[in-house]
Design a protein around this ligand. Structure first.
Ligand code: ADP
Ligand code: ASP
Ligand code: MG
Length: 413
């Protein structure tokens, strides 16, 4: 008998009929002889609705109280799903994160799971019940309710699977697996049967919201077998694998994009030791995370330009800090741009293949897409382009690397 953790996202539990359909799916797994823990999200749109209520009172809601509010979304779903299971003769018990000891740090709205005590869950499973746990939430050492950041139910599920040493963690969602890119942007995107853990980690960190990045990190740390599948159709979905050799030959796994970055530039700063520190030190002191950075080569007049990106939510704060720095450095000008996107090509095969970057840049150039920034790592190349080029950029690269073609593609020209 296997122990399976199944997670159902917002769309999958978005209506009473869908909750009933999930109950049937869970019941079928029980009938196959498996023990099942179900982790659920709030019904679709509910978390946004609750945030909307909070912001009518405070433009930046008090983080602790926001967590008390947001956690109610998932609490509704656990109760309804347990009722639906009991109604079809499949005994079930629901629990909030706190009740099953999902212990987190105290970073409200973006808490990290520290420990889970699986004893209570195991006792119910041994007694033959399905256990339904609220995703996205836990409690800190003082018993305060915390939430894990948007998309956090994925992480709850993987952490629960790790704590219980489950045989598999299944993430049920509104697509039937991980695709070469978001199928909403590129209809020709192809479902992958397998993707390496490393590639999935990059895809998630570069903006593919099909899995929350912390969920992938957890799966890597505790070696949790992880699969993404459809709530609505049968199928094997996509397996996140730890064996690189196992993966189809393709050199590029997929394309990720992020619409939530913004770019800041400081022009005409003195080209001298310590200038990067003088610019980025105050940014980091203000608790703002920086993603990409470029510093230009100094021109004849011994000054240079410096550009970096931050999360769009931090843009105004970062501009304030940078203006202040500009004054103290006697910089010529500060400018910023929120209308940018980052598009990234991801694949473990990249490490051993030259020519991928030039093929990427050539394809974008042919479409007249200007690249504003570039960054690379062993298994990814990211470019920043104007927001208006998001769809064209993604589709162009998808075509250039023939990601819609089945099987492998040798990308060496
Ligand atoms: P859930 O509510 O089930 O957690 P999400 O909306 O968080 O679902 O994630 C699923 C969505 O992720 C899909 O509807 C799809 O638009 C998006 N997505 C982004 N990139 C990818 C990708 N590479 N493969 C599949 N889906 C992706
Ligand atoms: N309900 C939360 C959100 O909308 C968590 C999740 O769905 O994973 O972000
Ligand atoms: Mg999600």
């Amino acid at each position: 008998m296997a122990l399976i953790v199944q997670k159902y996202g917002g769309t999958s539990v978005g209506t009473i009929d869908r909750i009933k359909a999930v109950a049937e799916k869970v019941k079928r797994a029980r009938e196959r002889g498996d023990s099942v823990v179900v982790v659920v999200s709030a019904m679709s749109g509910e978390t946004d609705r609750l945030i909307g209520l909070a912001t009518q009172i405070e433009s930046r809601p008090t983080p602790r109280e926001l967590d008390v509010l947001l956690s109610t979304g998932e609490q509704v779903t656990i109760a309804l799903l347990s009722m639906a299971l009991n109604a079809i003769g499949c005994p079930a018990r629901s629990y909030t994160g706190g009740q099953v000891q999902v212990r987190t740090d105290s970073a409200h709205n973006k808490a990290r799971i520290r420990a889970i005590d699986g004893a209570r869950v195991r006792a119910d499973l041994d007694a033959g019940s399905v256990v339904v746990v609220a995703g996205f939430q836990g409690t800190d050492g003082q018993g305060n309710i915390t939430t894990l950041g948007r998309g956090g139910s994925d992480t709850s599920a993987v952490a629960m699977a790790a704590a219980l040493k489950a045989d598999e963690c299944q993430i049920y969602t509104d697509v039937d697996g991980v695709y070469t890119t978001d199928p909403r942007i590129e209809p020709k995107a192809r479902k992958l049967d397998r993707i390496t853990f490393e590639e999935m980690l990059e895809m998630a960190s570069l903006g593919s919201k099909v899995l929350q990045i912390r969920a992938v990190e957890f799966a890597g740390k505790y070696r949790v077998p992880l699969r993404v599948l459809s709530s609505f159709e049968e199928g094997a979905g996509t397996l996140i694998t730890f064996e690189e050799d196992d993966v189809e030959e393709a050199k590029i796994a997929g394309i990720a994009f992020a619409k939530d970055e913004a770019k800041l530039t400081i022009l005409g700063v003195p080209d001298e030791p310590g200038v990067a520190y003088k610019i980025l030190g105050p940014i980091s002191d203000a608790n703002i995370e920086v993603d990409m950075i470029i510093q230009n080569v100094a021109a004849a007049e011994k000054t240079t330009d410096f550009t970096f990106t931050v999360h769009r939510n931090d843009f105004d704060k970062a501009m304030g800090v940078l203006r202040h720095t500009a004054e103290s450095l006697s910089a010529r000008e500060v400018s910023g741009d929120k209308r940018i996107v980052k598009i990234s090509l991801v694949g473990v095969g990249m490490r051993s293949h030259a020519g991928i970057a030039s093929r990427m840049f050539e394809a974008l150039a042919k479409e007249g897409i200007n690249i504003r920034m570039i960054s690379t790592s062993e298994i990814k190349i990211s470019v920043v382009v104007d927001e208006k080029y998001l769809e064209l950029g993604v589709r162009t690269l998808h075509d250039a690397f023939q990601l819609d073609a089945d099987g492998s593609l040798d990308v060496v020209a």
